[in-house]
Design a protein around this ligand. Sequence first.
Ligand code: FAD
Length: 542
Amino acid sequence: MGNSTKSLRSCFTVILFVKRLVSMIAKHSRPWPPSLPRELQFLDVAARLRVDSDTITMASTDFGKLNREIPAAVLCPFSKDDIVALVRSSYSSSSSVTFSIAARGEGHSLRGQAMAPGGVVVDMKAMGINSGRISVCGSAFYADVGGEQLWIDVLNATLEHGVAPKSWTDYLYLTVGGTLSNAGISGQSFRHGPQISNVQELDVVTGRGEVVTCSRHMNSELFCAVLGGLGQFGIITRARISLEPAPTRVKWVRMLYHDFSAFTRDQEHLISINLNEGQGMVKGLDYVEGSVTSQLSPANNWRSSSFFSKADHSRISSLLATQQHDILYYLEVAKYYDHLTVDTVDGELEVLLSGLSFIPGLIFAKDVSYVDFLNRVRSGELKLRSKGQWDVPHPWLNLFVPKSRILDFDAGVFKGILRQSPSLVGPILVYPMLRSKWDDRMSAVIPGEDIFYSVGLLQSISPNGTTQECREDHHHLGLEEQNRKILEFCEEASIKVKQYLPNYRSRAEWMNHFGPKWEVFKERKNNFDPLAILSPGQRIFN
Ligand code: FAD
């Protein structure tokens, strides 16, 4: 009996082993994708190309969950040499087949921007397994970080040296290469500029397969092209990020408004205080943002799920339930401090916030650690994940609105379109930035005025009940329709908005987006990626 059980067990083990072997061979012995050149098969880099269905599925989708494009293969690069070999095999004149290539950070794009239909997606995260991809020079206030690194890891590594980057995104589980390809904005942008304004140097693999180190003074054309360049000119393998001494704690304050013009007037006042700092005047705030809140966009949401206590939240909800105040706005500010400024921070904050026109009594404050403040979105994300509400479609719309038209935008969109067809569920951000903190030579596109607003409509489609697919489809179309209406409204009212994380289909729309920058953008494309190999998912040159 004992012997037969033993032999049965070994029999099962052998069967299991053979099954695994067969599945592994099947995975790796798929026919060579016809869209990739045969020569590529014989290069070392081919060993790091994956065509198994799990990897292909991962690279065919993104956070937006609105697009699906299937690549022929996914490269898991060990080092930048793999990326160089891949790009050269597409670019080289001896190759008969040119194929497209898209770097993929976390795939947190919304509309397929990191996809490569029929081409190769470079899964940048694979490079992150190598050690030494974040190296901090605290005394010179910079860090060299791999393009695949997450900002949360950059934060943790720099804090060990008592320093930290100056400019952030609200959410830290984004890659350095991914945000630098857009701009990287948050409440610190008014003070330090977007993340692209806080980069000193880059290593880039261009669309010609050349590795180029660039900065404002060395190969500056490529440096400016890549920053905000939507992945069109090269793949960032290293970025040198500017740092500052890290604070330890943060005073974090929100103030409620029902009057939008008072809300924006106060925001504009607060972001302008810092402009006088150089003349020995008062030191301003470290962070300024703002949000619209209504029944469908509750004040506590995944962006910072536990800011308001239960009691405060129900106070705000009951205010929103009255017809008079069905839309409220909250201004959100932060002031950093440490052991040297602990005794003065409250007084300074009081001076900074004095004279503001928020609703009397509706000011809420928290005192949190610097890391908890910067990483405030994470707990909301984990909550949504646990309810199955994170991996859902996200038809977000992000716009830059010129200051001169922000009141019209409020009337037409927040108090107009969103009130009439209330299908938006999710946070709505509204906060101003200063054009002077952006470098116009870079590829990022912003409105022409000195102050402009970032408006983020961060809606998502929640799975609901048994007829989930139907409802999702319906809701999805409703939100797409709403986005279309908003863009049409801006067009008709001549509000010259610029899309952030832009999504266009036609060449004419892209030319309109870039405006006077289009010719330079096109020329740079011709110089650095003449065969239009890179980031086809942006749909600019493909
Ligand atoms: P991916 O989506 O993988 O790639 C984005 C683009 O960059 C693609 O075109 C890709 O080909 C290219 N790319 C990726 N890596 C490289 C590289 N190394 N070199 C060259 N090109 C590359 N943005 C903000 O500015 N502020 C915010 O506060 C903010 N909050 C967000 C919160 C959430 C929850 C999410 C999902 C997104 C948020 N974003 C924010 C948007 C974010 O900046 C973009 O999604 C961006 O694309 C970064 O995501 P990623 O690193 O996953 O890049």
